[in-house]
Design a protein around this ligand. Sequence first.
Ligand code: ATP
Length: 446
Amino acid sequence: MDKIVALSKRRGLIFPASEIYGGIANTYDYGHYGVLLKRNVVDAWWDAMLQERDDVVALDSAIIQHPKTWEASGHLAGFTDPLVDCKTCKRRFRADHLDEARADADAHPDVRCGRRPSRLPGETDECELTEPRAFNLMFETSVGPVKDTGSTVFLRPETAQGIFLDFKTVLTFARRRPPFGIAQVGKSFRNEITPGNFIFRTLEFEQMEMEFFVPPEQAADWYAHWKQARMDWYAELGIRPDHLRLRDHDPDELSHYSSGTADVEYLFPMGWSELEGIANRGDFDLTAHAAASGKDLEVVEPDGRRYVPHVIEPAAGVGRSLLAFLADAYDEEAVEGESRTVLKLHPRLSPVKVAVLPLVRKDGQPELAREIHATLKRRMQAEYDEGGSIGKRYRRQDEIGTPWCVTIDHETLQDRTVTVRDRDTLAQERVAIDALPELLSARLAA
Ligand code: ATP
């Protein structure tokens, strides 16, 4: 994990937020390449939801919803973690996330507790854990100039509830009937206590959630469908099959409303951990909001049959997926006696698709390279780089996962061909400038 953190910082993908003030726990900023990578992850998700199917529609609901939302959803009463304090080192942990805390403590000796640091607080001679107490994870704030109980609102801890509140509206204007889904991507906020393992667990994070509404008798089949579809998505984007698994929750792990939940898990550097949860939520949410709002949230079929749809929910985290893609792509290899670090990202996810590099900064090479760059830019994220030796420039692109480098040399000026270097095989081929846009577009779409 430390290598991924270091690379992310070195290349400006992801770095601690508020760094000039010493940082703020579990909070990160995304730099240029991080933004591009994140956008590609989100785009791939939207494509899988919207472009590759025709039974899902999009939504972008508000972060601050009516406070009754969280009463009805059960978050106000039940969205809590069992919290334990270490009386010696004063750190706090989620009682159900002690394994994560252990991994983090092992990775950061400077913040370990006690004199026997590789153990958890509570396992040391000096440390003593308190009994768990319930701690609500929602961030509270207030609306308006006067802070009183009537003005209290919450930053959403998940995007899903906004979808349930808008269900009837979407049903009407999207002219849909179950089975159909509503998808959204947006920020959620949780007052997380367990140290974060980089961007695995942060205070604010983006979620990609989809609520799929179905007639009750179809729920089991659609649950199976979505479990498979979501596993396929990660695999198609290059996650190694032996690093990915689907884990069905034991009956005692299930939320009270869920008749089935499975986690897509990835073998992160700190061990198998959740990437995404897929839940069969029954009619719990719509029934709860109908009761609390007094609104009818039933579906009426043309034959007059009325029912509250059941819901299948695949809920993924953008940052966690991105971390899995980074971890899976990270590689160090020896090339011609030198070692290189390379991100073997799926080209769809790569922040930059092609780098255009003049071999030397003279003889008309930079001018021609800029022309080629301008042409390629119309089709894909392309970068021009003339600074430093060609070897250094290749390494830079390898580290951000650029699948192709196009080099302009003295031959290019004579025969209008360039060298295309493949990031993974390091194969170099000579290609006509005119054929380049088509060739790279085709490889990107493959
Ligand atoms: P965990 O058990 O790890 O806290 P969860 O089961 O509470 O996760 P869900 O409520 O199912 O998570 O949220 C769906 C997805 O949102 C998670 O699988 C994860 O990818 C992402 N997610 C949830 N909490 C966080 C967080 N604090 N930071 C980053 N991503 C998160």
